[in-house]
Ligand binder design. Sequence first.
Ligand SMILES: Nc1nc2c(ncn2[C@@H]2O[C@H](COP(=O)(O)OP(=O)(O)OP(=O)(O)O)[C@@H](O)[C@H]2O)c(=O)[nH]1
Ligand SMILES: [Mg+2]
Length: 416
Amino acid sequence: MKAILISLIKNSKERWKGLDRLEELEELAKSAQFEVFEKFIQIREHPDPAYFIGKGKVQEIKEICQKYNIDAVIFDNELTPIQKRNLEKAINKKIIDRTELIIEIFRRRAKTSEAKIQVEIAYWQYQLTHLVGLSKEISLSRLAGIPGTRGPGEQLLENERRRIKERIRHLHLKLKDIERTKEIQKESRREFIKISLVGYTNVGKSTLMNLLTNSNVYVDDKLFATLDATTRALRIEGIPYKVVLSDTVGFIRDLPPHLIASFKATLSVIEDADVILHVIDISHPNVNEHIETVEKILNEMGLEEKAKIMVFNKIDLVLDKNQIYRFKEKYSDSVFISAKLKIGIDELLRKIKEVILRQFVEFEIITENYNLYSKIKKLALIFEEEILDSKIKIKGIIHKRFYSYVANSNSKHPEY
Ligand SMILES: Nc1nc2c(ncn2[C@@H]2O[C@H](COP(=O)(O)OP(=O)(O)OP(=O)(O)O)[C@@H](O)[C@H]2O)c(=O)[nH]1
Ligand SMILES: [Mg+2]
């Protein structure tokens, strides 16, 4: 499938931004199996309400499409339903906007039934907001109609809308069932320390996951190789708990809100994490924008307070070593690695341990409750035990998330 890509920018000052965006759009298009024939930037202060780009450009694109047998025209921006339909009519080729393209990639990648349902929900949500009737019928019915009455076009549209809503409702129910099973799995991991890999797409999260946990998660030089959340055990020397690491779907600029909403369950592993590893491709020309995008999404998820380590990956591809120093200065909890060449991994594990240990709190408990005593034995690092008649005094440290399990009226509360 051959495609032409178009990005609209406001003025010539945004040219570089436009070029960057086209490059990312090209990656997205390739990930959806398109062969990119040509890329265009159009400068317009405001998009044309009917055609998004100018009429002259529409004509030009139409001619190229015919001459070179192009299958689709892909826009970097979001199109209104009207623009999309008008373009489709004028150019007579498939018109795809960025949101649709991302949903299409997700659709191709989805493997588990959960991911498949999530993508389908996003797909129908998108369709729902982009429904346009047959314009002629609508306008005719409007012309003839007394206000409040509906013509046949509107009736059809209404039926379609109802059908889609019903489908979405049905999918939500199916998803609920799957989530219920996952809740049970999660419950069994309540007493584990949870670490979550987060980052822009294609930065090397799954490569790192495989390296740290000796597993075999799918890795590819494609955007959105991973769509599901995978969780595996991880050994951290000196941490008295089981530790698990989760890998999940990557982020991208302007991630369609429908997708974020429908992937809420998958993304919930990030919300549950004790430590977030924000993985960054330090060799990417837009590294700063990538960091910003990911931080913005994390903030929107209400996770700005989570403990976080900035993991700068792919240092093997960095020629300018000053780049590394600059990031080292800017981010206090940062490590520099190459997941591919296995560089810096010990340092990363040390940093993870350090950050987890910061989450431990001291406690001192006097109890005669044997169940509580054995629970503490399991969940805490004990420094001192002293038997006082029928009671026992225990001093130690425990991860703050487990503190409430062992706290009782006799305990001294930690400072926070
Ligand atoms: N040179 C180099 N390439 C790397 C490194 N780490 C990962 N890669 C490559 O980067 C590409 C993407 O790796 P993935 O691990 O699939 O990336 P991801 O972040 O999981 O991507 P998504 O699941 O698509 O979000 C693959 O081609 C990897 O081989 C690294 O340290 N150096
Ligand atoms: Mg991945």
